[in-house]
Design a protein around this ligand. Sequence first.
Ligand code: AMP
Length: 243
Amino acid sequence: MSSSVSTETSMESSRATESNTAPGPILLLGAPGVGKGTQAKELVKLWSIPQISTGDLLRANVAEGTKLGRVAKEIMGRGELVPDSLVNEMVAVRLLEPDTARGYILDGFPRTLGQATWLDARLSAQIESLPLVAVSIQVNYNQLLRRITGRRNCPVCQTIYNVYMNPPKREGICDVEGAALIQRADDTEEVFKERMRAYTALTAPVVDHYRALGRFAEVDGDRPIAVIAAGIVAAAERLRHAA
Ligand code: AMP
């Protein structure tokens, strides 16, 4: 009897601890190339919550040749944004997965005020228990251009390299997998310029939107990966306790 009571009590307290420490939804905002994907992977390791990258989900649809993928391919190739209705639906389906219960890292979403309004409405029901935190990563334009045009990805383990700043040991080969690295079709200078135009016109207002709501922090993205990650964690904790 006493052992079952103490088991229940300890289970309750571990549930309480878990819900107190649940990171909730974290939005990583910032221009193309600021390191949202890299930081999302760091936070996944620290918090054990999933990364939801709309760019990755769209690329998977393109690779699988789904109806969404066929529509998205052309748009992504031009560096423009995929329509809100399609992206929102894709995110809605992903958020139904049970691994999102303690929180998740949205990487590259929301990218328009329409997406932000949709997300806010969707999250309003759980705002007390799992309030969102928005973090904008800042890097200057010339640095972004080098990051984008130098970026190479491992198609197997998704490790991200940069031929200028973080090259693999053997040129063109993943250090971890030994796989041939690939360059994203939209990581050219020409498409980068269009992606920056889309960012300034459509996504910068999203940053202003979350700044005005107050659950918002800015971090300098031109520092070592671990330092930026520590800055994001500190900001998230501060904002969570301020809720
Ligand atoms: P990313 O991998 O985040 O740089 O996204 C690559 C491309 O996917 C973008 O340039 C857009 O064409 C598309 N994309 C990714 N996320 C979104 C989004 N939230 N809304 C609209 N288009 C998106």
